[in-house]
Design a binder for this molecule. Structure first.
Ligand code: NAI
Ligand code: BGC
Length: 263
């Protein structure tokens, strides 16, 4: 797999990437647009990053639009999908549930609102968006794909991140379940499980060389991943060559899930 688009395999598709203005989401928007999809860049908060990305996609000959919505807010998600359908002329047929947050707390120090926030964005947000996307595809009778940005922490326990691990672990069985429900409608559901990737969510890690070295030691491949490497996996998994893949997780982690520290 390379960082470069190999084809126009997503030509004619309507994609939506949540949390699409930064990090892995941003690389995914660029990749899907380069492969021919028209892409909705979902964002929350200031529009600058999203608008800049829309401009970049346009300059590269593609098309993207920015829509603000908090994925954990049902009304905002429903409105976003309705607006996307109006502006793009049909339902979203490629959803990337990418929005996610994390903040460390030991169990004994975890405030309920911090727990609830992480579950609301990472898991409930994915549910709300998947539900709206699936409704749109089923109503229109179009096939499609839902890709969830999970994590190695779908599988690896991570101290101080109980809420995050619960959200990604929950995503695993939820994705398998909806994959069964949606298969008769020719809608695939796949989780991508990144390892440690160079994005804003890892700002603290990237800015502290010692911490970075400690994480690199957890990766057999010996380095952190690039957002473009995750985007390449999303583009392939949501494309026609991956038609027989549904209900499972593909880890893109330099071998992190093989527990290099365990001898
Ligand atoms: P990021 O912080 O750049 O991306 C997260 C995005 O989600 C941001 O654009 C943020 O504005 C958006 N977001 C947060 N709350 C939102 C809400 N309520 N509604 C809509 N958007 C919201 O970091 P990154 O790394 O690109 O994260 C993307 C996904 O990848 C997350 O789900 C994260 O859990 C996952 N991931 C990241 C890894 C990494 O090492 N960077 C590894 C494994 C998974
Ligand atoms: C987290 C990152 C972390 C990586 C590996 C991801 O799910 O978002 O902060 O570096 O897992 O531990």
């Amino acid at each position: 797999m390379t960082d470069q688009p190999q084809s126009r395999r997503h030509a004619g598709r309507r994609a939506l990437v949540t949390g699409g203005a930064t990090g892995i989401g941003r690389a995914t928007v660029s990749r899907l647009a380069a492969e021919g999809a028209v892409v909705v860049v979902n964002y929350v908060g200031g529009p600058d990053d999203a608008n800049e990305l829309v401009g970049e996609v346009g300059n590269a000959g593609g098309r993207a639009i920015a829509i603000e919505a908090d994925v954990s807010n049902e009304d905002q998600v429903v409105s976003m999908f309705a607006r996307a359908r109006d502006e793009l002329g049909g339902p979203i047929d490629l959803l990337v549930n990418n929005a996610g947050i994390e903040k460390p707390f030991l169990l004994v120090d975890m405030p309920l609102d911090e727990w609830s926030k992480v579950i609301a964005v990472n898991l409930t947000g994915a549910f709300l968006c998947a539900r709206e996307a699936a409704r749109g595809m089923i109503d229109a009778g179009v096939p499609g794909a839902i890709v969830n940005m999970s994590s190695v922490h779908e599988q690896i326990p991570w101290e101080k991140f109980g809420h995050y691990c619960a959200s990604k672990g929950g995503m695993k069985l939820w994705a398998g379940t909806i994959a069964k429900e949606l298969a008769p409608h020719r809608i695939r559901v796949v989780n991508v499980g990144p390892g440690a990737i160079l994005t804003p969510i890892n700002r603290d890690l990237i800015e502290h060389p010692e911490e970075k070295r400690r994480v690199e030691a957890e990766i057999p491949w010996g380095r952190l991943g690039k957002p473009e490497e995750i985007a390449a996996a999303v583009a392939w998994l949501s494309g026609p060559e991956a038609e027989y893949i549904t209900g499972t997780t593909i880890f893109v982690d330099g071998g992190m899930t093989q527990y290099p520290g365990f001898i």
